[in-house]
Ligand binder design. Structure first.
Ligand code: HEC
Length: 127
């Protein structure tokens, strides 16, 4: 009986250690130079425009911003990308106002290109 009680008491303590370790890891990650996280990227490396920094930091929580910047999409497609990040990759859904700001920047900075680079439809008569 005694041993069981000790075991039961030990479990929350272990959880606390795990949580503390996770928090420490997060703090250490945040303290790393930007280069270690996203290969020397900074918001300034990308086209200037309103909401650039917010967009940069919203998207680089998980991957480099180059991955974003190499796309060219219209607003609807960017919106779908965000939905995909949320539904498939666990991105916390941005508030409507923040989402609009992010879309404002993405649409302005990386608009749909005339020649799609990623297997998009290419009009054979347009060449
Ligand atoms: C919660 C994590 C997370 C966040 C935040 C996030 N993404 Fe992603 N994103 C991923 C993962 C995972 C992939 C696929 C793996 C990879 O290539 O790194 C990906 C891939 C992509 C791709 C490439 C898709 C393709 O088909 O190749 C684009 C574009 C993209 N993300 C845009 C964005 C934009 C824009 C934002 C910010 C508004 C964002 N992501 C924020 C996790 C995230």
């Amino acid at each position: 009986m005694r041993a069981m009680n000790r075991k039961a008491a030990a479990r929350p303590a272990r959880q606390i250690v795990t949580i503390a370790a996770a928090m420490l890891a997060a703090i250490m990650l945040a303290a790393l130079p930007a280069s270690a996280q996203s290969r020397d990227e900074a918001p300034e490396d990308f086209p200037q425009g309103p909401n650039r920094d917010d967009t940069f930091y919203a998207c680089t929580a998980c991957h480099g911003f180059k991955l974003v910047a190499q796309q060219g999409m219209n607003r609807r497609q960017w919106d779908e990308s965000i939905s995909l990040m949320v539904s498939k990759h666990g991105m916390p859904a941005p508030e409507a106002a923040d989402r609009d700001k992010i879309l404002d920047y993405l649409e302005a900075a990386f608009p749909q290109r005339a020649t799609p680079s990623r297997g998009g439809f290419r009009n054979p008569f347009a060449q």
